[in-house]
Write a protein that binds this ligand. Structure first.
Ligand SMILES: [Zn+2]
Length: 300
């Protein structure tokens, strides 16, 4: 394979990747040419973003409409105490460039909505959904399927997390083959006062980076037909098979969903949609912080 010629410094930096026969110099060139978008620079996105940058992914997109809050720091290891109040995409970019100065970082300071999600995910080689709620998960997975972009989706709440991959190909199950619609239980699990163990989010976020790198390199056995469920408290990992639902409204032969569907969060504090579809704070940060303390932190 021809392409990027590595300098001596780059060869030393990536040497532990290149020593892997499944990666090698050709694989490292693929990573250097790759474009990965991480939606959510929180508990899942923190390790995912750091490991993708550390692996040598050439272009890293980071989409997040939130600012760093003190209550984020139990799990969002991208951000430090001095970053409280800054847009997460900015502190994430600084953390990436401190580790991998050659990485091209594209920051998208924006909450994804039905109006902007398809153009945001379009053209990336892989998207990692590292958001904290089911409406966002459906929005991103629909958009990735419709735009034919591979997706690695994860979620974590309390001590439990899940992960799956969706490859937008005929014969592969989509996210809606597993969960046709968001349920009331899912809203409650995301938005209630559930809390989240930071290290459990770290496990799932690091796994998202692993699976995204496998997708980019075309190696290994992924989760495109399986679901991983991790219970940190019980010390259990369960892997279930996923199959394509012939009646799926998104990917089935009689699909009825031709564009993204935006479900509304009705029980979370946070932003409201602005005139361009992007997020604007609903309240000044101090009031938001008090509100979060009253209602409990979001479980990303
Ligand atoms: Zn489907």
């Amino acid at each position: 394979m021809t392409g990027h010629e590595f300098t001596d410094d780059e060869l030393e930096r990536w040497s532990r990747n290149i020593l892997l026969p499944e990666v090698g110099v050709d694989g490292q060139r693929k990573l250097a040419a790759a474009r990965a978008l991480v939606v959510g620079a929180g508990g899942l996105g923190s390790p995912a973003i750091l490991y993708l940058a550390a692996a040598g992914v050439g272009t890293l997109g980071i989409a997040d409409g939130d600012r760093v809050e003190l209550s984020n720091l139990n799990r969002q290891v991208l951000h430090g105490a001095a970053d409280v109040g800054r847009p997460k995409v900015e502190s994430a970019r600084d953390a990436v460039l401190a580790r991998s100065p050659a990485c091209r970082v594209v920051t998208i300071f924006c909450r994804l909505t039905a109006r902007n999600v398809r153009q945001t995910v379009r053209g990336w080689d892989v998207v990692l959904d590292a958001t904290d709620n089911f409406p966002a998960r459906f929005l991103i997975s629909d958009a990735c399927w419709l735009e034919r972009v591979p997706l690695v989706s994860a979620g974590v709440v309390g001590f439990q997390g899940q992960l799956l991959t969706v490859l937008p190909q005929a014969g592969s199950p989509c996210y809606r083959c597993l969960l046709p619609e968001p349920s009331a239980d899912q809203y409650a699990a995301t938005c209630g006062q559930a809390g989240v163990l930071g290290a459990a989010a770290g496990v799932l976020g690091a796994m998202q980076a692993v699976e995204a790198i496998k997708v980019l390199l075309g190696i290994g056995h992924g989760f495109e037909r399986r679901l991983l469920v991790y219970d940190a408290l019980a010390g259990k990992v369960r892997i279930a098979n996923r199959v394509k639902d012939p009646a799926c409204a998104l990917c089935g032969p009689k699909a009825t969903i031709a564009d993204v569907v935006e479900y509304r969060l009705t029980c979370c504090p946070g932003g409201v949609a602005g005139p361009d579809g992007c997020c604007m704070p609903a309240a000044p940060l101090k009031r938001q912080a008090k509100s979060v303390r009253r209602r409990g932190a979001k479980g990303r």
